[in-house]
Design a protein around this ligand. Structure first.
Ligand code: ATP
Ligand code: MG
Length: 432
């Protein structure tokens, strides 16, 4: 069973190029979008004291069932982070930065789930938080950020579902009404559903089990429990979405998995993905979280998006076609030794991308490798070039453009960077 033991752990994957390029590119696109909106990156540890998550999410599946917990060598209870909102609020409570604190993040999260397409035990998220404002326009701003990002990826089949959980008092009143409602239907609930009811009736609305869904069909509606202020906050957010031209659907059953959410909650779903894994992102307002983690009472709003799911949605929609990164030069080396190393180093320092051959293979084999690399030019260095202080630059253009494929020129070794840069600049000005 040696091979089985050397496979990646269940629910994890090796991501090789070119798939890794898409992840990098999507994350880069998110970073650009967030930076343009004045958000800056925060990097927190991959593992935290389990308490950071336990304190705020005890009644959620994420914390009670899906968390990777372990004792370190000093017997401290640690957890691989299952999400990043709690660590960010923890960081805020520790450092007390000036508000509003606008931050974004990216990186792997860990949840012990039943792996399937789009559901992994290690998965990547990008997300953003705005901590320190209870202005409903802050909710609108975060919604716009998430929505415009999906648009920028080229996704057209994403829908925005939105709901309000109201103030903590509204939420409590709703929760207790739900509790009585489900208590009358105990027999209809799944076994897990009954357990959920005992801890947090609200979470039953989040259940994906068919029995629970059916039992919830006539459940009370949160809208009836919203205070005037909470209803006003919600309406302001919805009005802003209308003005922004961002379509949405109110989903009264939408409760987020974690307990710290108040007021606005939302989810982005892809209609192009399979129902069980169609959430590409979610978020909301969490006015109680910072205080729960030992900071001063501070409101916040944010969201997280699943990178892997976004990419699946892009695949399904044929969107976000990542261009393979262009390679400028492939150094073909028919003399061996250090010359090609020096040449590649020099042109890379000049900002030109370059790959090279090794092992002094035949000219034919190296030209084939140069072709496969997709490089714009091959740069040949052979005995003749070495003797005359030159290199040969060969055009590798595939199509039958003005310069026939294989056209080549000798250039002085000392002018090589200048000449390549000149040619690349000319092409950049006159796109094929
Ligand atoms: P789901 O209902 O699909 O389990 P969730 O509500 O648990 O999602 P969140 O905690 O809101 O998910 O995380 C934000 C996003 O992270 C999700 O919308 C989804 O795109 C992604 N995500 C969550 N869990 C996983 C996972 N196990 N594998 C891949 N992506 C995930
Ligand atoms: Mg989940």
């Amino acid at each position: 069973m040696q091979t089985a033991r050397l496979a990646t752990p269940r629910g994890t994957r090796d991501v090789l190029p070119p798939a890794s390029e898409r992840i990098r590119s999507l994350t880069g696109r998110f970073a650009e979008t967030a930076q343009r909106a004045g958000f800056r990156q925060v990097i927190t540890p991959i593992f935290e004291h389990a308490e950071v998550f336990r304190r705020v999410g005890e009644s959620t599946d994420i914390v009670s069932k899906e968390m990777y917990e372990f004792r370190d060598k000093d017997q401290r209870l640690m957890a691989l982070r299952p999400e990043l909102t709690a660590p960010l609020a923890r960081a805020f409570a520790n450092h007390r930065p000036r508000t509003p604190w606008r931050v974004w993040y990216e990186g792997p999260q860990f949840r012990y789930e039943k792996p399937q397409a789009g559901r992994y035990r290690q998965f990547n998220q990008v997300g953003a938080e705005l901590i320190g404002s209870d202005d409903p326009q802050a909710d609108a701003e975060m919604l716009a950020l998430a929505w415009r990002f999906c648009e920028a990826l080229g996704l057209r089949q994403v829908i925005l579902l939105i709901n309000s959980l109201g103030s903590p008092a509204d939420r409590a009143a709703f929760s207790s009404a739900l509790g009585s409602y489900f208590a009358r239907r105990l027999g209809d609930l799944s076994e897990q559903g009954r357990a959920t009811l005992a801890v947090n009736p609200l979470r039953l609305l989040d259940s994906k089990r068919p029995e629970d869904r059916l039992a919830a069909a006539a459940a009370p509606d949160i809208a009836e429990f919203l205070s005037k202020e909470a209803a006003g906050h919600f309406q302001t957010v919805l009005d802003a979405l209308g003005r922004l031209g961002i379509p949405f659907a109110i989903e009264p059953r939408l409760v987020r998995g974690l307990d710290y959410y108040r007021h606005t909650t939302f989810e982005l779903r892809s209609l192009a993905l399979d129902g069980a894994q169609d959430a590409v992102g979610g978020g909301g307002r969490y006015d109680g979280l910072v205080a729960d983690l030992g900071g001063p009472p501070t409101p916040g709003v944010g969201f997280a998006m699943g990178v892997d799911r976004l990419l699946l949605a892009c695949d399904a929609e044929d969107a976000f076609d990542v261009q393979e990164q262009d390679l400028d030069i492939f150094v073909v080396d028919v003399i061996g030794g250090v010359e090609a190393t020096l040449l590649a180093d020099e042109i890379r320092q000049a900002g030109i991308s370059a790959e090279r051959a090794f092992d002094k293979r035949s000219m034919k084999a190296q030209m084939k490798a140069a072709d496969r690399s997709g490089a714009r030019f091959a740069l040949l260095i052979g005995a003749e070039e070495l003797a005359s202080g030159t290199v040969t630059l060969r055009d590798m253009r595939r199509d039958d453009g003005e310069a026939p494929r294989g056209a080549q020129v000798r250039i002085p070794r000392g002018a090589v960077c200048e000449e390549i840069l000149r040619r690349l600049a000319v092409e950049a000005r006159t796109p094929a």
